[in-house]
Design a protein. Structure first.
Length: 241
């Protein structure tokens, strides 16, 4: 990403171009978007943190948003204060975004307000397993704190501030607390994903380690290893009342 700061909007714009240049990595995002589209119900969809992605190629009517201005994004807002009418949205979509939100309670409070009954929050987020602890704790630039005692963190910036373990904390370790604090939200499903392929793609910071034609081969391996070794999870939360 050159010498740009992680929180510079140009970094986000460059990430989209980088994904497009890496066929293996682009195929991962397409697989994620297909999985998200399968779980979205209705047409009023808002994606948070859209700047480096292309969800609208899979959900054409989705509204894109970012926390700062970047090209090709419809709205600019903070996830803790959604500029959406109450009970007006069928789905909120987040790909690698929730773990950057410094106050998850504020976001889910807003989600309860903005979603229609039966509306969903559909996410692809980092997940905690023994394998992912090793990788995220030692080889990844973002903070990763599974032992954090709170759901909040002091944000140093929209991308540099994070706790990569936050989704696991909310929906696994502290699931009973989440369900108590947000009784209108039901955790519909948690699907562990992708122990190897994102690493093999090189992600957003390294060259791809394998050619694109190996994608299907490693997809089969990923599926076999997903539950014990997942680095990500697809999480679906539904507003039930």
């Amino acid at each position: 990403m050159g010498d740009l700061d992680l929180d510079d909007p140009q970094t986000t714009e460059q990430r989209l171009a980088l994904i497009r240049r890496k066929p293996f990595l682009e195929a991962i995002y397409r697989e994620w978007y297909d999985a998200i589209a399968h779980d979205v119900r209705g047409e009023r969809v808002v994606e948070l943190g859209s700047g480096a992605g292309f969800l609208r190629e899979h959900l054409p009517r989705a509204i894109s948003s970012e926390v700062f201005f970047v090209r090709h994004v419809d709205l600019v807002f903070d996830a803790r204060a959604l500029p959406l009418r109450s009970e007006s949205i069928d789905a909120l979509v987040l790909v690698d975004v929730l773990h950057h939100v410094p106050d998850a309670r504020a976001f889910f409070g807003e989600a309860v307000r903005a979603l229609r009954r039966g509306g969903r929050v559909v996410m692809i987020e980092p997940w905690v397993t023994p394998w992912s602890r090793l990788i995220y704790s030692n080889f990844h630039h973002e903070p990763f704190r599974p032992a954090a005692t709170t759901w909040e963190f002091a944000s140093t910036g929209p991308l540099s501030g994070a706790n990569g373990a936050l989704p696991w904390i909310l929906f696994d370790r502290d699931r009973a607390q989440f369900e108590k604090e947000f009784p209108a939200l039901r955790i519909e499903s948690i699907a562990p994903l992708m122990p190897l392929r994102y690493l093999l793609s090189g992600g957003l910071s390294m060259p791809s380690l394998v050619p694109s034609w190996t994608f299907k081969f490693f997809r089969a391996i990923d599926r076999a290893l997903a539950r014990p070794m997942a680095m990500f999870a697809k999480i679906v939360v539904e507003k039930s009342s």
